[in-house]
Write a protein that binds this ligand. Sequence first.
Ligand code: PSU
Ligand code: MN
Length: 309
Amino acid sequence: MTWAVRITPEIDAALAEGRPVVALETSVIAQGLPAQVGPAAWVSWEAAIREEGAVPATIAVIGGCPVVGVSAEEIAHLADGARGVLKAARRDLGLLAASGADGGTTVSATLAIAHRVGIRVAATGGIGGVHRDFTRIPDESADLRALAELPVALFCSGAKAVLDLPATLERLETWSVPVIGYGTSFFPAFYTEAAHESEALRLEWRFDDPRLLARALATHFALDGGGAVVAVAPMGVAGLTAGAVERAVADAVAEASTRGVRGKALTPFLLADVAKRTGGLSLAANLTLLEKNARAAARVAVAWPTRTN
Ligand code: PSU
Ligand code: MN
């Protein structure tokens, strides 16, 4: 049986000619952002990628088919949660294909589809990772293993603030996934930069020049079969401090535990609850960082060393 991927002619040609392409995930549209803001935000991410000279490749599952190059109509459909779009992780792809269902792809599923068509660079807001309280319930995002296994560089503002960030970094080390700061020396705390001089979040590798970062990533892919995390510092928004995020996250995590929210529902619940508790400031920060990461990914994809073989 084949696993047919629907790809737009534009992206197909760009890949065939070795031109820069940046993959985007869509669980952020289907589950991560409120339905009213997702589609307009997506337009800004694709525009930012084009402005930098790369081709955007937004990925989703539509009618069971993995799609590379989702249309605006499909984005509107994915954002409209009322129509039961699933949150598609990598393990769901075969089952979605068999059932003909629609899914917003998480990072893990997005990387699987991107790798399938030969895309090397992707962007998201924040990766999934090791959840707080993981010693009680070992909840750890499938994003991490996908990053370990698939040679794609993922640009993000670190891992989502609702997670245990030092534990997530430890897990990435265990899985042999390099974590590289692009213009930052610390793993960001998603909505904000890492709290001042947070040694547990200090990164060993930092690049400021997109060409040097691109060369480092290309060399990593040449030597290793796995992916890489590129951490981009978020711009943040006025009035949203790391302390305020921390308080909101602690309360949201407690609320989720009281309500028994588990599994794939947990991350979307926490993001929405933190947005409520910060009076929408975390949502504003999420939107700015998503666009910044898409732009950063495109800049580095454009600076990729040309293939010499
Ligand atoms: N970044 C955001 N918002 C999101 C996500 C990333 O700013 O909603 C999504 C990504 O698709 C990521 C997923 O893969 O959240 C992680 O979910 P989980 O923790 O259940 O693996
Ligand atoms: Mn989980």
